[in-house]
Design a binder for this molecule. Structure first.
Ligand code: HSE
Length: 306
C-alpha cells in the first residue's frame, strides 16, 4: 500500500459560550503526517517536529486513537507506520492533540478502504484526547474530522450535529506561553449558578441560530461566556484589552480558543480581521510578550488526504 499524506486543521473549541460542545475548523495552521499500512501488527510513530512528544503508542495521542480503531477492526494482522510533523504547537489551544488523533484515524480509515464511519472515527480519536487532557472531549476532534462548525449535543452517547454558517474570517493570536488543557480544566468551578446557566443557554441557542440563519448580529450578541471565561481569562495576558479593542474595531466577537492561551476573533470582512490582527500585535508588542498570529477562514473539509 502506498504512503499517504495527511493534513489536519487546527480547531477552535468552545466558540466562547459552548464549553465542550461547539467547535470550528480553520484553514491555518495544519499538522502534516505521512502514513502507511504495514504487514507487521503494531504502530510505529515518528515525530519530525521539535516537541519531544512520546512515541509509545499508548502514550501518544495519535497512537491511542489508532489503538482504539484497531480494536474494532476485524483483521488483527495490520499495523501502521506514521510520521508526524506538528505545525500546530501543543498547548496552544488550537486543537493540536485533536489534529494528531483525528489525522491518524482518518488516514488509517482511508488505508482500510473507509471501513468506518466519520462518527466512529470521532469515537476513536476521543481516546487521543483522553491521553492529552485526561478527558474524552470531542469539540476539537469533530470539526477537525467533519470540517466547518459542529455541535456535540451529547458526548455519551455521541450525538454530532454539523452546523452551517455564513462566511467568516478568523483572527488568532497565540501568546507564546503554554496552558495545559488539564490545568485549565482543573481551575474551573464544578457548580454553576442558575442565573449564569440561563444566560449561557440563551447565548448557545442564539449562537447556533445565528449560524444557521446567517445572522451576523445575532452571532455577535451571542459570543458571550459568563461561566468559563471569567476564570480562564486570568491566565491570558491582556485578555480583556484584546477583546474590547478588537470589538471596537468591528470584530463580531471572540474569546479564548479552547482552553487557551490563544485568543480568537470572528469578523465578517477580511479587512476587519486584519485590523484585529494588528491590534493584537500592538498589545503584545507593548508588553513584550512573544506571539504568533493567523488570519484565516473556516475550513469546511476537515482532515484531508493528499
Ligand atoms: N473544551 C475543551 C476545554 C477544549 O475548553 O477544556 C480544549 O481544547
Amino acid at each position: 500500500m502506498n504512503k499517504i499524506k495527511i493534513s489536519a486543521p487546527a480547531t477552535i473549541a468552545n466558540l466562547v459560550c459552548g464549553f465542550d460542545i461547539l467547535g470550528l475548523a480553520i484553514n491555518h495552521p495544519q499538522d502534516e503526517m505521512e502514513m502507511q499500512l504495514t504487514k507487521e501488527a503494531g504502530i510505529k510513530i515518528t515525530h519530525i517536529d521539535n516537541y519531544s512528544l512520546p512515541t509509545e503508542p499508548t502514550k501518544n495521542v495519535a497512537g491511542a486513537a489508532l489503538l482504539a480503531l484497531m480494536e474494532e477492526y476485524p483483521d488483527k494482522n495490520i499495523g501502521f507506520e506514521i510520521i508526524v510533523n506538528k505545525l500546530i504547537k501543543p498547548g496552544s489551544g488550537l486543537g493540536s492533540s485533536a489534529a494528531s488523533s483525528a489525522g491518524a484515524v482518518v488516514g488509517a480509515n482511508y488505508l482500510l478502504s473507509n471501513y468506518f464511519t466519520k462518527h466512529d472515527l470521532v469515537r476513536f480519536a476521543m481516546h487521543g484526547e483522553k491521553v492529552a487532557s485526561g478527558v474524552k472531549h470531542a469539540d476539537n476532534i469533530t470539526p477537525c474530522i467533519y470540517g466547518g462548525i459542529t455541535l456535540i449535543r451529547s458526548i455519551f452517547p455521541l450525538d454530532i450535529v454539523p452546523l452551517s454558517a455564513p462566511p467568516m474570517y478568523v483572527t488568532v493570536v497565540h501568546p507564546q506561553i503554554e496552558v495545559k488543557t488539564s490545568d485549565a480544566r482543573q481551575i474551573l468551578r464544578k457548580e454553576v449558578a442558575l442565573k449564569d446557566a440561563i444566560k449561557q443557554w440563551g447565548n448557545v441557542a442564539g449562537l447556533v441560530a445565528g449560524f444557521l440563519q446567517n445572522d451576523y448580529d445575532l452571532i455577535s450578541r451571542s459570543l458571550e461566556d459568563v461561566i468559563i471565561e471569567p476564570i480562564r481569562s486570568i491566565l491570558i495576558p491582556e485578555f480583556d484589552k484584546i477583546k474590547m479593542q478588537c470589538k471596537e474595531a468591528g470584530a463580531l466577537g471572540g474569546g479564548i480558543s479552547g482552553s487557551g492561551p490563544s485568543v480568537f476573533m470572528l469578523s465578517k470582512e477580511e479587512c476587519t480581521a486584519k485590523k484585529v490582527e494588528q491590534i493584537m500585535k500592538d498589545i503584545y508588542d507593548k508588553i513584550g510578550v512573544d506571539y504568533h498570529t493567523h488570519v484565516t477562514t473556516i475550513n469546511n473539509e476537515g482532515v484531508k488526504i493528499n
